[in-house]
Design a protein around this ligand. Structure first.
Ligand SMILES: [Zn+2]
Length: 382
């Protein structure tokens, strides 16, 4: 896209939104610098600059976005959030299907306002547990967990590693197996509607916090609980108690690996015996980019490397796939936690139990020519 002379700002913004949808981008960033406004798309989890607009129209572009998002155009000094509705890109169909929602967030910076548009596609919401791409061992362990009446599954991994997609798929799987179950999800924010699940929007800065909502919810006789994230000791404590008293509970926690999630619970002053009797399993996952099938090239050693073509917008990658490791708490793992072991001790126990690490699951994908070792190293941080 080239823009010369005095562009029509409304058309320009529309064309950026449309192009991003065509590319299947999940986010569009409008980042002001001292001299320009950079427009970046997040595709398959990676940000790439697609356009650089002159500083002269920087404020007009952001203002136009704010009009589309029904935000206060005269307030440039506060963060604002809104929804963009009724633009032409609703009609564009990308690989991910039609756009179902677009959320706008603007934020003041020293170079003017920065805006991010998050795009939600219909196919993002349709993933079934057996279509997520877990290796067969983990997939069947997750299905077994979903059929239990009690216990806790914790998901871990950085933001954008597909945790909420896995949780949604698990809830849908439970509904398919046991249609009458009472399922409640507490989320901040609610990301996608799931038919058959009572979804509650958490407002952390107001009265509806995770602990408050969770405590009163337990009096509503739920059988399955999904908590968007365990962020504090109070939520952790109630969650563990719920898992010990006849509820199936799943949630996410921020940590780099399975042992980290267990240790974080202990740091939140959960007693080791509560962790060992409450938690059933920890799942650590990442999303890696898949090599583009149209242009990937075979190297002499049999592995593949990215090239770049029209279909993958010259990135060499197209779409993403899951990488995961799962630790189920068996007798030996429980003993190690009760001994108040550190991360090294826990990792050693996992290894002695034949635990398959994230990076080993990655080798499966490299051997199948699905992704590259560079990509595995990027997401595993090694
Ligand atoms: Zn390609």
């Amino acid at each position: 896209m080239k823009h010369s002379g005095q562009p029509n700002i409304a058309q320009l913004v529309d064309s950026i939104l449309e192009e991003a949808v065509q590319f299947g981008a999940s986010d569009i960033h409008f980042e002001p610098t001292s001299t320009e406004l950079q427009v970046k798309y997040r595709m398959d989890g990676t940000l790439k600059t697609f356009e650089t607009l002159p500083a002269a129209i920087r404020d007009n572009v952001i203002s136009r976005l704010k009009v589309l998002g029904n935000l206060l155009t005269y307030r440039n000094d506060i963060p604002q959030e809104g929804r963009i509705e009724g633009t032409q890109d609703q009609l564009v169909i990308s690989d991910s299907g039609k756009v179902i929602d677009k959320r706008l967030a603007v934020f003041p910076t020293i170079h003017g306002q920065r805006a991010v548009v998050r795009i939600f596609y219909e196919n993002d919401t349709l993933t079934e547990l057996d279509k997520l791409g877990f290796n067969p061992t983990i997939e069947s362990a997750l299905m077994q967990f979903a059929c239990r009446n009690q216990g806790i599954l914790l998901l871990t991994g950085p933001a954008g590693s597909g945790k909420s997609t896995t949780l949604a798929a698990l809830l849908r799987y439970i509904l398919q197996q046991f249609s009458g179950k009472s399922i409640v999800a507490l989320e901040d924010p609610v990301e996608r509607a799931i038919a058959g699940v009572t979804q509650v929007q958490i407002e952390p800065h107001r009265e509806m916090t995770f602990p408050t909502a969770l405590r009163s919810l337990l009096r509503q006789d739920p059988e399955v609980l999904m908590i968007g994230e365990i962020r504090d000791a109070e939520t952790a404590k109630i969650a563990i108690e719920a898992g010990l008293t006849g509820h199936l509970l799943m949630s996410t926690m921020h940590s780099g690996n399975c042992s980290g999630a267990l240790l974080r619970l202990l740091e939140m002053n959960i007693e080791p015996y509560q962790v060992t009797s409450g938690v059933s399993a920890i799942l650590n996952q990442r999303l890696v980019r898949k090599l583009c099938d149209q242009c990937k090239e075979k190297k002499p050693d049999g592995s593949y490397e990215p090239r770049g073509c029209k279909q993958c917008h010259n990135t060499g990658y197209h779409g993403r796939v899951l990488l995961a490791e799962m630790v189920e708490l068996d007798g030996q793992v429980r003993k190690t936690i009760l001994k108040q072991s550190d991360m090294e001790g826990l990792e050693a126990t996992f290894e002695s139990r034949g635990h398959m690490k994230l990076i080993q699951d990655g080798r499966r994908l490299i051997n199948q020519g699905i992704t590259t070792s560079t990509e595995i190293k990027r997401v595993c941080g090694t």
